[in-house]
Ligand binder design. Structure first.
Ligand code: ZN
Length: 353
């Protein structure tokens, strides 16, 4: 691919971090802590408040008589960074939040694939995944849910690894299909999925997007990220992106694990586990072949990309421009180009008229 970036290896750290025993339990504990933290959270901007602008604070019943969650706060008491600096939320902001929610709803109507997750991710998250997340490994599967462990950037004290879970939505059909397990695994790996990561970035920036987009695994987040991500940009943290990259690049161990899970399920077995040696070998292989994570557009050769932009720029009349806009939106839907790239091209086309 020509984009291989070698990272410094940290063999001294690897052995304890890739420890496979207890990973399922540790992931469960982190999910439990997250749920407990969420229950205690205050200042949540709830869906009904965005939808109706209704101030429900200070009452134990809302206007329709249903009980109100005490964590939900009147919008005008809450802050947002929608225009950069933190300020109080206005009624006008609620309409803008609604627009962002609608856009996300449309964007993910048909679900999301591993490649689309990369395509729609924020550039900063891909950069962080490339630079910080050096190794990852398959840690076991239960039914259609596959568990991965990834390195952490080391920036959060006491957190040295993260747990990413991926639920392959086409697992049942892969199991039932007459294809061989490896062929069914390959096909399934290109299909739709839901995912989850225990890190703060996923929790506070992306879990809400994943929830309204229908690809959240685990806890559903109803609180709009008014401070962290009010424009609802991006889709996945660096840990999830590292795992999506393993799926899209047909990483041998990952595909074998999926294939094994399909085979196991075909004889009525619901789980797949790995040995410590397999886990260590996988983490090392990922670290040694640390390729840069690329969107579909970035995968295109520069010549093809230039010719696509050139074609779009040459369109002169309104009818053609509308056709180009439609084409761009189709390309975006198919995951050929990212939302950001489509916007950039649109601006260029509009600027020419
Ligand atoms: Zn994460």
């Amino acid at each position: 691919m020509g984009n291989i970036v070698k990272q410094t290896r940290t063999p001294a750290l690897r052995t304890p971090l890739t420890k496979i025993a207890g990973t399922a339990k540790e992931a469960q504990q982190r999910a439990k802590l997250d749920s407990e933290r969420r229950k205690k959270a205050v200042g949540i901007l709830a869906p009904e408040v965005i939808a109706h602008g209704r101030d429900t604070s200070g009452h134990d019943k809302s206007a329709n008589g249903k009980p109100v969650n005490s964590s939900h706060t009147a919008y005008h008491l809450l802050m947002t960074t929608l225009d950069g600096q933190p300020r109080r939320i206005t009624a006008g902001d609620l309409a803008r939040f609604t627009d962002h929610v609608k856009r996300v709803g449309k964007q993910f109507k048909g679900g999301i694939t591993a490649q689309q997750t990369i395509n729609l991710s924020a550039g900063i998250d891909r950069k962080r995944a490339n630079e910080h997340i050096k190794w990852a490994m398959f840690a076991g599967a239960r039914g259609s849910v596959f568990r991965f462990v990834t390195s952490a950037s080391g920036r959060t004290k006491g957190v040295h690894r993260h747990f990413v879970e991926v639920d392959f939505l086409e697992f049942a059909s892969a199991v039932a299909s007459p294809m061989t397990a490896p062929a069914a695994a390959l096909r399934m790996s290109r299909g739709h999925l839901r995912f989850n990561c225990d890190c703060g970035r996923h929790t506070f920036w992306y879990r809400y997007i994943a929830s309204i987009g229908g690809f959240a695994l685990g806890r559903i987040e109803t609180g709009f990220p008014k401070i962290r991500n009010p424009k609802l940009n991006g889709v996945a943290c660096k840990h999830a992106l590292r795992v999506m990259h393993m799926i899209t690049t047909k990483d041998t161990t990952t595909l074998q694990a999926i294939s094994k899970a399909i085979d196991a399920q075909r004889i009525g077995k619901n789980t797949v586990s790995v040995t410590q040696k397999q886990a260590d070998d996988h983490a090392k292989a990922i670290e040694d072949n640390h390729a840069t994570i690329l969107t579909s557009t970035e995968k295109l050769s520069p010549t093809r990309l230039l010719s696509k932009v050139g074609q779009a720029l040459q369109l002169t009349n309104n009818k053609e421009r509308m056709a180009a806009e439609k084409g761009l939106s189709v390309m975006q839907k198919l995951g050929v180009i990212s939302g950001g790239m489509a916007q950039k091209l649109l601006h260029k086309i509009k600027g020419r008229l």
